[in-house]
Design a protein around this ligand. Structure first.
Ligand code: 3PG
Length: 305
């Protein structure tokens, strides 16, 4: 069995070693394609693979069509919007993710972005504190829960809206569950996004919703760029000089945002929420173990298609 690690944004070296150990102990072989710059390299590499471990790497119908031996794709991470599930199912390829394995890393980054916003991008001027401020957690999954845990330490007032998570689960953590996104944005000066990119959520964070936020609003995005209506966010930031947007996923209109709002807009150069040795180890080891368990025991826990 050949297990391809295809990561345009590579894991920490230690994580690759650990994956290799797990795979080789099971009598399987590792193929490594890191930092590739062209899809052609991926198309070539997948031809030999029985399994693939990926991050945000795109596995579409074209990739699946040339991967004739492929039986399983594991997205080492949470969001699997980069995999064409329909095409995978049609080819009887199992797709899994590794939920929860990198969520603390993402939550720490989101929290750091909140501090960066409150302290005026560390520009030396007098900023504000997070203590006592209202934080709205938009979707209460693994990352949202970790954000709540950290924000409690800051002394923030916590609110969450999640269309699928029962209110009792949210409130057990000392977080007030609200019944709509509108109510969340109306209530909270800080909002941290943790929704996946789906047909329903794409472009859903729009002018009308964001304009409900109170004065000195701060929107933190460590989720996906696709959930933001970028043109409307830009318009809103023009209309509201009090509004800040900090993101871990560079928008398509980055140049214009940078030019127009140098003190209110920040993006990381490359998505780095899950870029820690710990998260890479956790997600990488989970992915390798899931593949070995799938081949040796037929275990399909964490299958998403
Ligand atoms: C995830 O969905 O797990 C995160 O967005 C991390 O993505 P990455 O592995 O591409 O950094």
């Amino acid at each position: 069995m050949k297990i391809l690690i295809a990561t345009e944004k590579p894991f920490a070296a230690e994580a690759v070693k650990r994956i290799q150990q797990i795979v080789e102990n099971a009598g399987m072989e590792i193929l490594l394609l890191e930092k590739y710059t062209d899809k052609i390299q991926l198309l070539e590499a997948v031809k030999e693979a029985d399994a693939i471990v990926i991050r945000s790497d795109v596995i579409d119908a074209e990739v699946l069509n040339v991967a004739q031996k492929l039986k399983i794709v594991v997205r080492a991470g949470a969001g699997y919007d980069n995999v064409d599930l329909q095409a995978a199912t049609a080819r009887q390829v199992v797709v899994m993710n590794t939920p929860g394995q990198n969520s603390n890393a993402v939550a720490e980054l989101a929290s750091g972005l909140m501090v960066y916003a409150a302290r005026n991008f560390y520009d030396g001027t007098s900023g504000s504190e997070l203590m006592g401020k209202k934080l709205g957690i938009h979707a209460y999954g693994n990352v949202g829960r970790n954000v709540a845990r950290i924000a409690k330490g800051f002394g923030m007032e916590l609110y969450a809206y999640d269309a699928f998570c029962p209110a009792e689960i949210i409130e057990k953590d000392g977080v007030k569950a609200l019944s709509s996104a509108e109510e969340l944005y109306e209530t909270c000066q800080y909002v941290s996004l943790h929704i996946p990119a789906t047909v329903e959520t794409k472009n859903s964070i729009n002018y009308a919703l964001l304009n409900k936020m109170p004065k000195k609003a701060v929107l933190i995005n460590t989720a996906r760029k696709e959930v933001i209506n970028e043109a409307e966010l830009l318009k809103l930031m023009e209309a509201r000089p009090d509004f800040k947007y900090l993101t871990d996923i560079m928008p398509d209109n980055d140049t214009e945002m940078k030019e127009k709002f140098p003190k209110r807009y920040f993006t990381t150069p490359k998505k780095m929420g899950a870029q820690t040795a710990e998260a890479n180890n956790n997600a990488g080891v989970a992915a390798a173990s899931q593949i070995v368990d799938f081949f040796l025991k037929g275990n399909t826990k964490f299958q998403v298609n």
